[in-house]
Design a protein around this ligand. Structure first.
Ligand SMILES: [Cu+2]
Length: 471
């Protein structure tokens, strides 16, 4: 974080009331200096140095945008621009984002705050910003062509409104939307309550991230923008496991996780070892009578969800999307299912023709986790991530909630792997296994056994080579 300080001490006042219109050269000179972020690391919470106090959130592999207080108005400066995002160690993507990163910085304000956001467009095409979920004057809604003209390259627009209700929000373009969201233009927004709220509990840790998805061919770096459903990188804040930071908490902390979905499909988010309540949705906090404990909740397209739980079990708890192909990174989709086939003879014949041919998947795909396979430069491995017991065989939308007795309050640093107490880890049996029970009845009265036809029936099963329309 190089110039956060500069921003907060930045001089120059914005003069006059500026509506959602192009800013003149004179006003440009008084724009708040944009703050940019150069690393994909999770930044510590930004403690508010002015305005009303609140408990700040922590953006996973991201940061909160500092503001300038100008006559009681919180002024932010977003710069839409091409960025290079490290999505995982060894894999960088050419994306579009805001202030140096995709997603853009999180914006945090307090219920009742008047907010002025300068948006400078440094993209090669026009854009706009829609403040997803907010109550605001219609002309501030950011729908290009409908509520405002588009922001042309090189121009700066001003949005101004009062953050009227507390809750979880997002921002994203509403101009050439399919391209700009496929390229990573989006960000998180949190409006904190101005006072104690009967439906908003105090929490010890408040994490936020967006679900997003990209289609980047292995070996290339720029997403394909015409992809509608068949994305091959499933990410949180434009990071894929093992590039996603863990959520590090102290034992018995009350933890809130806010998730927004800007992909083109739903994501059933699943937490291990604990039960959570969904305490907030798109419209704000949920009535207490509607809350019930779950371990998985679906976040549909365009939705925001707040999960809350007490982290009262020590350990390294997986937290991930439960669509199993969303916890993998870019792969060839056209691999047929080969489980159960023995390839040895076939491989010999093929390698006579194609010397470096290799077979994948005849024992399942787990080998992919550790396999030293030649892959193109700048490609994320399909399933990877080293755990204390070997490869985790995961990619994509996967991380770990690390619950530790000795994690200090306010300490978000990554502790070492959990040290399991003696006798609490699944272990290999020493000696012969007990006899396996099997059902031997040939069907009970309700389902009597049928006389099977005498001749054998051959069944050939092959997974469809493509067709991911149902993501
Ligand atoms: Cu998913």
């Amino acid at each position: 974080m190089t110039n956060r300080r500069n921003f907060l001490s930045g001089a120059g006042a914005i003069t006059g009331a500026i509506a959602a219109a192009s800013v003149s050269k004179v006003a440009m000179a008084a724009l708040p200096e944009p703050v940019t972020q150069t690393t994909p690391n999770t930044m510590p919470p930004l403690i508010p140095s002015n305005g009303r106090a609140y408990n700040p959130v922590v953006t996973l592999n991201g940061w909160t945008l500092p503001w300038r207080l100008n006559n009681g108005v919180k002024e932010f400066h977003l710069v839409a621009e091409p960025v290079v995002r490290e999505m995982a160690p060894g894999f960088k993507a050419n994306l579009w984002g805001y202030n140096g990163q995709s997603p853009g910085p999180t914006i945090e304000v307090v219920e009742g705050d008047r907010v002025r956001i300068f948006v400078t467009n440094k993209l090669p095409e026009h854009t706009s910003v829609h403040w997803h979920g907010q109550r605001l004057p219609n002309g501030m809604d950011g729908v290009s062509g409908l509520t405002q003209p588009p922001i042309k390259p090189g121009k700066t627009f001003v949005y101004e409104f009062v953050a009227r209700r507390p809750g979880t929000f997002m921002y994203h373009p509403h101009a050439d939307e399919m391209t700009q969201m496929a390229m990573g233009m989006m960000g998180f927004w949190v409006t904190h309550p101005k006072a104690e709220h009967p439906l908003i509990d105090k929490v010890d840790r408040d994490f936020v991230f967006l679900l997003n998805a990209y289609d980047v061919e292995p070996g290339s770096a720029t997403p394909k923008i015409m992809t509608m459903l068949d994305f091959n990188l499933w990410s949180w804040n434009s990071r894929i496991f093992p590039g996603i930071d863990s959520l590090n908490v102290r034992l018995n902390d009350k933890v809130r996780i806010r998730i927004g979905n800007l992909t083109m499909t739903n994501h059933p988010m699943h937490l291990h070892g604990h039960e959570f309540l969904v305490t907030g949705t798109d419209g704000g906090p949920t009535p207490k009578s509607t809350r019930h404990y779950e371990v998985t909740t679906d976040v549909a397209v365009g939705q925001m969800r707040q999960l809350e739980f007490v982290a009262d079990e020590e350990g390294d708890w997986a937290f991930h999307c439960h669509k199993s192909h969303h916890t993998m990174n870019a792969m060839g989709h056209d691999v047929p299912t080969l489980i159960g086939l023995d390839h040895k003879d076939m491989v010999k014949q093929i390698t006579n023709l194609v010397p470096d041919y290799m077979v994948m998947g005849e024992r399942g795909m787990a080998d992919m986790g550790e396999m030293e396979m030649p892959i193109p430069d700048n490609t994320a491995r399909m399933m990877t991530g080293e755990g204390p017991f070997g490869s985790v065989e995961m990619g994509g939308m996967f991380s770990v909630v690390k619950v530790r007795k000795n994690q200090e309050a306010g300490d978000y640093s990554n502790p070492a792997w959990f040290k399991h107490p003696k006798g609490t880890v699944a272990y290999e049996l020493d000696g012969p296994p007990p006899e396996t029970s099997r059902q031997r009845d040939a069907g009970a009265a309700a389902m009597p056994a049928r006389n099977m036809p005498a001749k054998n029936i051959e069944v050939q099963v092959r997974k469809p080579a493509s067709g991911h329309a149902g993501h």
